[in-house]
Design a protein around this ligand. Structure first.
Ligand code: 48H
Length: 258
């Protein structure tokens, strides 16, 4: 007869590997579980696509948890609030075009909503490279985050994807691999990464959605990654642009994959 220890360990191993096996050939591989990546994940999973999000940290949520300067509240504009409400996240209208909301409710709600819609979230996994074949980005090269952090010489595994979304925030790590390592010319003014500009809330928010693009066949960027590629301004703890960027990139990917 199986011991309780064997039952519990066996259940975890079987369930995890079923999830892993089911994600090896994806419709969409999303790198980074920040607000833009999680909104995109929910939209794409709701549309019936096979979606996985790879997040290098133990806790998904990206830059949402800490609010502004660890004051755990953030702000969104009126027109972005319905995106949060669709996740069941509550906002408090200020009556002047903005809403405040609890940043912990936002982070946890976005994670829960993406997962409940059917996206698989792999935490503590880092994407360290991409696959490019016949002029198209078509896969993600993944390793455990501790393997990378401890500089262990361990080879990664590959998840193929019909579309890859760089949602890695300020550094746009995946587009960086595409440009510097794969030598791809992406859809930006120089064909490379322009670099994020300093703080200008109004302009940063105005351009984030416009900066959200298909950069190369199979490769997209959202949120601060998109701003970094196109040379957009940073905007601090206002999140409407991030949410709308996630929604827009999901639409672009859906149109392309269909
Ligand atoms: C796996 C990775 C890897 C990797 C990074 O930064 P994020 O919150 O992303 P966005 O763009 O959706 O939201 C940006 C927002 O949080 C923000 O920073 C704003 C509005 N700043 C304004 C300002 O003025 O500063 O999340 C990105 C996530 C993080 O959780 C990373 O850990 C993760 O991506 N990540 N995951 N493999 N190679 N690189």
């Amino acid at each position: 007869m199986e011991t309780m220890e064997e039952t519990i360990s066996g259940a975890i191993v079987r369930a995890f590997f079923a999830k892993l096996q089911g994600s090896l050939a994806l419709d969409v591989g999303i790198v980074g579980a920040g607000p833009s990546g999680l909104v995109a994940a929910r939209c794409l999973a709701k549309a019936g696509l096979k979606v996985a999000v790879f997040e290098s940290k133990l806790a998904p949520g990206g830059g949402t948890w800490g609010g502004g300067m660890l004051f755990n509240e953030v702000v969104v504009q009126d027109d972005a609030a319905p995106i949060l409400h669709d996740f069941g996240i509550r906002t408090q209208p200020l009556g002047n075009g903005y809403h405040t909301l609890d940043s912990v409710e936002m982070a946890s709600g976005l994670i829960f909503g993406a997962r409940q819609a059917g996206a698989t979230i792999f935490n503590a996994m880092s994407v360290e490279d991409i696959c490019v074949r016949e002029g198209k980005v078509c896969g993600l090269v993944v390793n455990w985050c501790p393997v990378r952090r401890l500089d262990m010489h361990v080879d990664p595994i590959v998840f193929t994807a019909r579309a890859v979304l760089d949602g890695t925030g300020h550094p746009s790590e995946i587009v960086r691999k595409a440009v510097d390592k794969a030598g791809l010319k992406v859809d930006s003014p120089t064909g490379g990464i322009m670099g994020e500009k300093p703080m200008w809330m109004e302009d940063g928010e105005r351009t984030t959605v416009a900066n959200t693009k298909r950069l190369y066949p199979g490769l997209y960027a959202s949120g601060m990654a998109a701003n970094n590629v196109q040379g957009g301004f940073r905007m601090g703890p206002i999140f409407g642009g991030m949410l709308k960027s996630g929604q827009k990139v999901a639409q672009l990917i859906l149109e392309d994959l269909r």
